[in-house]
Design a protein around this ligand. Structure first.
Ligand code: GDP
Length: 195
């Protein structure tokens, strides 16, 4: 996929602010620090269009990146605010659930997990919530450059088993350092977009 144009087109905290153009959307979800901003920047060939590390306490927004006037990447604020105050967690939940449920042009969610670690309780809760609503998930295991190649398969098996991954959901390795997996993830996204 050759990205010729990418821009942050919409920033939303409520439904009225979502785009109305009906382009297909791919949402990106993962706990803070998993490498989501690096993933977006790598996929669209930008150094820093997506901001890195949204910290708890900052305003949580849904960021719609329009790519090639063809598709939106929807950056969902990082979860894993176990230490955040309850009202903030609840506001996050309402906004994300409100978006993910009942969004016709949402084609799939890319859920990012760190390939080095077994999925967290938040990772598991997020995945099972998405499955409950029958939303297709592309699981992307980030930071593959941080473990030796010989260990990839074992780590992927743990992720697959712990998440109780359904067979139809792809699980792909990715590195924003080496660009490993970039084309494969793009091809997978385009497959879901054209479905
Ligand atoms: P976010 O909070 O999910 O948006 O995560 P960031 O994209 O800000 O990444 C968090 C940290 O992990 C940063 O220090 C990144 O440089 C680092 N990082 C992200 N992706 C990779 C990767 O694929 N390989 C390596 N080695 N580091 C990464």
């Amino acid at each position: 996929m050759k990205v010729t144009k990418a821009e942050l087109a919409h920033v939303a905290v409520k439904r009225e602010q979502y785009p109305t153009s009906r382009l297909p959307e791919i949402a990106l979800s993962g706990r803070s620090n998993v490498g989501k901003s690096s993933f977006i920047n790598k996929m669209i060939n930008r150094k820093a269009l997506a901001r890195t590390s949204q910290r708890p306490g900052k305003t949580q927004t849904l960021n719609f990146y329009e790519i090639n006037e063809m598709i939106y990447f929807v950056d969902v604020p990082g979860y894993g605010f176990a230490k955040a105050p309850k009202p903030e967690r609840e506001a996050w939940g309402r906004m994300i659930e409100g978006y993910l449920q009942d969004r016709e042009q949402l084609k799939a969610v890319v859920q990012l997990v760190d390939v080095r670690h077994a999925p967290s309780a938040d990772d598991k809760a997020m995945y099972s919530w998405l499955k409950h609503f029958d939303i297709p998930v592309i699981i992307v295991a980030t930071k593959s450059d941080k473990i030796p190649k010989g260990k990839w398969q074992k780590h992927l098996s743990v992720i697959s088993k712990d998440l109780q991954k359904v067979e139809s959901d792809p699980l792909l390795l990715f590195s924003s350092e080496t660009a490993q997996g970039k084309e494969q993830v793009w091809n997978t996204i385009l497959h879901y977009v054209s479905k």
